[in-house]
Design a protein around this ligand. Structure first.
Ligand code: CP
Length: 342
């Protein structure tokens, strides 16, 4: 059956089917090729449409991807930042959604509670795109699996390791992406994190693995986990929106789960390293400088300011995180085009 996503919201990827997810990945790849050929210049299929992008947390990639993709498609964009509206403070989510739905053809939302993005989708009457919540980062996942597909071809049966804080939104999102594409995913990190992976997500993914192939397993040993891996993926140890005070306990828990060259060499020779970014791989950020100064003596693994990935890996040929970052724009364009409709 042909895929038709017109009018749909991407609040959770789990609301989509395997065909729909694969359609978005393939459309993203097609739109990237079109842009490289310059075909977008005379093809603005959404001229006259307008979108709002709302951020309760800061962003570089997601904001810029929505703005450039909207411009390429011919749409106007209104940016509403963390301090820029009454949303959730003096005006309910329900009322805000009803207002924005009268102005705009689509709404991106980055916040904390998944219930907020779900409410925006319910009450606005227009497509709503989840630009990251505590539960999921679905627009990121389309870009990530697009990147893997560009480099690996068919993803069925390929192996991916998500290492580090796999109980966070990106760990869950990578699990969901693997289940839709039939990949074998290993969640590698502390044993105690395993019970924090949401059971409802595991149950839904198990059904998808039965349908699409692939599997979920856990590991507490990064060199064993890396064996035969096609993709090694990590994310920051303290997520956006979590307090700085968590760093010491997270470094303590995750010090054995830094992506280093030994882990890369334990994987397939063709392995790619992915990271949704921003990454702590050196001491060139305020945070990583402070981490190195405060905790470097106690935890040598962070003494250079690198946390989840060493600078050696980040600067190496294995790192495809900047291709992945570029693909945020092509994939967000695909998501908007498919759901607003043309
Ligand atoms: N990966 C990601 O969501 O990046 P930003 O926080 O810069 O949007």
């Amino acid at each position: 059956m042909p895929v038709n996503l017109k009018g749909r919201s991407l609040d959770s990827l789990l609301n989509f089917t395997t065909d729909e997810v694969n359609y978005l990945i393939d459309l993203s790849i097609d739109l990237k090729k079109s842009k490289y050929q310059g075909l977008h210049i005379n093809n603005r299929p959404l001229v006259g449409k307008n979108i709002a992008i709302m951020f309760q947390k800061d962003s570089t990639r997601t904001r810029c991807a929505f703005e450039v993709a909207a411009a390429d498609l011919g749409m106007s964009v209104t940016y509403i930042g963390p301090q820029g509206s009454n949303f959730g403070k003096k005006e309910s989510i329900e009322d805000t959604a009803k207002v924005l739905g009268r102005f705009y053809d689509g709404i991106e939302f980055r916040g904390f509670a998944q219930a907020d993005v779900d409410a925006l989708a319910k009450y606005s009457g227009v497509p709503v795109w989840n630009g990251l919540t505590d539960d999921e980062h679905p627009t990121q996942i389309i870009a990530d699996f697009m990147t893997m597909k560009e480099k690996l071809g068919d993803l069925k049966g390929k192996k991916m390791v998500f290492i580090g804080d796999f109980k966070n939104n990106m760990g869950h999102s990578c699990l969901i992406g693997a289940a839709f594409t039939g990949m074998h995913i290993v969640l590698c990190g502390p044993q105690s994190y395993q019970k924090e992976v949401r059971k409802d997500v595991i149950d839904k993914c198990k059904k998808l693995f039965e349908l699409n192939g692939g599997s979920l397993s856990f590991s507490t040993n990064k060199l064993e986990a890396a064996k035969d891996a096609d993709v090694i993926y990590t994310d920051v140890w303290v997520s956006l929106g979590e307090p700085f005070e968590l760093f010491e306990s997270r470094i303590n828990e995750l010090q054995n789960f830094q992506v280093d060259m030994a882990m890369i060499k334990a994987a397939k020779p063709s392995v790619m390293f992915l990271h949704c970014l921003p990454a702590f791989h050196d001491d060139h950020t305020e945070f990583s400088k402070e981490i190195a100064a405060k905790f470097g003596a106690k935890f040598p693994v962070v003494k250079t300011g690198a946390m989840e990935v060493t600078d050696e890996v980040f600067q190496s040929k294995y790192n495809k995180a900047f291709d992945e970052a570029e693909n945020r724009m092509h994939s967000i364009k695909a998501i908007m085009l498919a759901t607003i409709g043309y």
